[in-house]
Design a binder for this molecule. Structure first.
Ligand SMILES: *Cc1c(COP(=O)(O)O)cnc(C)c1O
Length: 405
């Protein structure tokens, strides 16, 4: 496979901006570390040995390429566009997050950093980081809010089993955003020995670009696979958007295909008109440009700028901001953003299970919910490519509780 890390793109600019979004809003002490990281990354993607090692591990460890599957019964049921699934649920650890974790862990090793730190909410990025660290023999410390630790016990156990240390965070709301704050603090203190393995297309430059590039393997593969399977490029690409890494990973390869519509699906929770959702573009009364975790993007906030508590049935989409490149693509009208409610998501979760024998992650089910709305309105010879970012085994407890209400 060609070096997908160097697909070339007009953004970000040298300072890490995507139009008005992105940049670096961090304490002065972190700037040298970000510069060092960027230099190491640029050198690595130009080094055939690094790229070869990454590609080889993806093939022999992660199980790439993941297939593209024609969803025949779902297509017949919806009666419109042909629906194809990009199967990130089949990647090792059950989701796309390993693509980024493995890339960054390899970079950490190359930079001679023996210790990696990560933040995690539901535990999925923590598990992916712990997995990559185990594979490469790195020490791994994962920051996680106490509230999240209590509600995500199986993932806490997985991380410990993989040899990682889970560090409880008791500040603030004791959830993801507090875990990110603590991880940043750790990095400032231990920057010489430590690599910060950030989990989505977020944070200060160069993280959004680096994470995009590592995840762009998704679209790079899928663009070729869909042409083999469907005989054409898709009319529409659909992906769920938490921080935005699986979506940007799919979209990136299609950015110059102007006839391919790109649709991101946010967490609509109880509805975007309530205060219980995580649709950063869904209700611009409570979301506007602002700064969170080192980058400028849309942030859900109160009138006086306090970060809002968000809600989603899927922990992976439950974050008050969104990657800066999505804010940029939206401003250009190159990508469009919509949302699916918890209820629509549960319906999609069951429909894909029953019609295709594939139990999708609740995050991915948001994308499937948009397929259910959109496919029937499209002609039968049109093609939808949807990113199935992960598998749903981790969500069974949540779904059982929700269905039993
Ligand atoms: C974490 C996660 C997401 C959301 O993260 P992005 O960075 O927006 O991709 C989506 N799907 C699954 C399965 C996840 O684990």
């Amino acid at each position: 496979m060609a070096n997908y890390l160097k697909q070339g793109a007009s953004v970000p600019d040298e300072r890490g901006y995507y139009g008005d979004f992105g940049g670096r809003f961090v304490p002065e002490t972190i700037i040298p570390a970000l510069d060092e990281l960027m230099a190491a990354y640029e050198e690595a993607v130009d080094d055939p040995a690094f790229v070869e090692e990454l590609l080889h591990l993806q093939k022999t460890y992660t199980g790439r390429p993941t297939p593209v599957t024609f969803a025949k019964r779902l297509t017949e049921h919806l009666g419109g566009a042909k629906v194809y699934l990009k199967r990130e649920d089949l990647a090792h650890t059950g989701a796309h997050k390993i693509n980024n974790a493995l890339g960054q862990a390899l970079l950490a090793k190359r930079m001679g950093k023996q210790r990696v730190i990560a933040e995690t909410g539901a535990g999925q990025h923590g598990v992916a980081s712990a997995t990559a660290a185990a594979l490469l023999g790195l020490d791994c410390h994962v920051y996680m809010g106490e509230v999240d630790i209590a509600r995500q016990q199986p993932n806490v156990f997985r991380m410990r089993l993989l040899g990682a240390e889970v560090i409880p965070v008791s500040s603030g709301s004791q959830t993801l955003k507090d875990a990110i704050n603590e991880a940043m603090r750790d990095w400032v203190t231990n920057v010489r020995s430590t690599f910060y393995l950030l989990g989505s297309a977020l944070g200060p430059h160069p993280y959004p670009k680096m994470v995009r590039d590592f995840q762009s393997v998704i679209g790079h593969e899928a663009r070729q696979q869909i042409q083999e399977e469907a005989g054409q490029l898709p009319d529409v690409c659909i992906a769920c958007v938490g921080g935005g890494s699986n979506a940007i990973g799919l979209f990136h390869a299609f950015r110059d295909d102007q006839d391919v519509d790109l649709i991101g699906v946010e967490a609509g929770g109880y509805g975007v008109d309530t205060d219980k959702h995580a649709a950063r573009f869904g209700n611009l009364n409570i979301s506007r440009p602002g700064i969170l975790h080192g980058t400028r993007s849309y942030v859900m906030q109160t009138e006086d700028g306090q970060i809002m508590e968000t809600h989603s049935i899927s922990a992976g989409l439950d974050y008050p901001s969104i990657g800066p490149e999505h804010a940029y693509l939206r401003s250009l009208e190159r990508a469009y953003y919509t949302s699916a409610t918890d209820e629509e998501t549960l319906e999609a979760f069951q429909m894909l299970s029953q019609l295709e024998g594939i139990i999708p992650a609740l995050e991915s089910s948001h994308a499937v919910a948009e397929v259910i709305k959109r496919a029937p309105t499209m002609p039968k010879d049109s093609v939808i490519l949807v990113n199935l970012s992960g598998r749903g085994d981790k969500d069974l407890d949540t779904v059982i509780k929700a269905l039993e209400g």
